[in-house]
Ligand binder design. Structure first.
Ligand code: NAG
Ligand code: NAG
Ligand code: NAG
Length: 227
């Protein structure tokens, strides 16, 4: 008797074909990292590696923030006046990176890498792209503070900065050296002398949050106003 593959095996084989086809095209882009949280005014590097069949020639590579719609080519970021002065291309035949300096909140966006080869079908945009989130810093303080209260201020960002970010705190523009715990400033039990303007930043970055005035009411005021 001849050995024929069981029908279930045949079905499995057929189901695998689409996967094989998309691999065969040999074009691809992968980003590392794919999410970036950056502090306002800092520099970021968006990085990817790309693959294509060895017999293809690369004609053009570029980064864009526009998706291809109706086959209209997406514009090169380096030709965008909002970016051109702040953009630097790095890379080789398998990887590409852009360095964007002085990022602003408006730069929060998804960015894509695109490459074009000498083969008509050999053009590729890496979707999904790199998500860049640019954050500022805001000091959060309790609304009402009376002397003797234990107070903690928080330096808030809209996305999580890397765990290597070291927060710095300032009282009336003077850097503080004690009480810093992660992104918080522990003032302990406060007295009237703690009435000051507080701001925060991250070590190695010039950006600083707006200063927040912490007003501390005396115990007597607290008693009077709670009547
Ligand atoms: C880009 O990523 C690759 C692989 O993860 C790494 O080897 C390379 O150093 C990175 N380049 C930059 C500029 O970060
Ligand atoms: C990054 O920004 C996008 C768009 O503003 C937002 O939807 C997303 O939640 C943000 N991600 C983080 C990690 O903050
Ligand atoms: C932005 O960064 C540059 C240095 O890279 C610094 O000179 C400038 O003061 C910074 N601006 C703000 C608003 O932090």
């Amino acid at each position: 008797m001849s050995q024929r593959p069981a029908p279930s095996l045949l079905l499995l084989f057929l189901l695998m074909i689409p996967g094989v086809c998309s691999q065969w095209s040999g074009l691809g882009v992968s980003y590392s990292p794919s999410h970036i949280c950056a502090l306002q005014n800092s520099s970021v590097i968006m990085n990817c590696s790309y693959t294509y069949p060895t017999e293809y020639w690369i004609m053009k590579v570029y980064w864009t923030k526009t998706r291809v719609i109706n086959n209209v080519e997406s514009p090169d970021l380096s030709e965008d006046p909002e970016y051109s002065q702040r953009l630097q291309y790095l890379g080789d035949k398998q990887s590409s990176a852009i360095r964007l300096s002085h990022v602003t909140l408006k730069d929060s966006h998804e960015y894509y890498f695109k490459f074009i080869t000498d083969i008509t079908e050999g053009r590729w945009t890496g979707y999904p792209g790199v998500t860049l989130n640019v954050t500022d810093l805001q000091v959060e303080s309790p609304e009402r503070v009376t002397e003797g209260d234990s107070v903690r201020l928080t330096c808030k960002s809209s996305c999580t900065l890397t765990d290597r970010a070291t927060f710095i705190w300032y009282r009336n523009s003077q850097p503080l050296t004690t009480g810093i715990i992660g992104n918080q400033l522990d003032l302990g039990r406060v007295s009237r002398e703690d009435t000051s303007r507080y701001s925060c930043g991250v070590d190695g970055h010039s950006y600083r949050s707006p200063a927040v005035q912490l007003n501390i009411r005396s115990l007597e005021e607290g008693v009077i106003s709670s009547w």
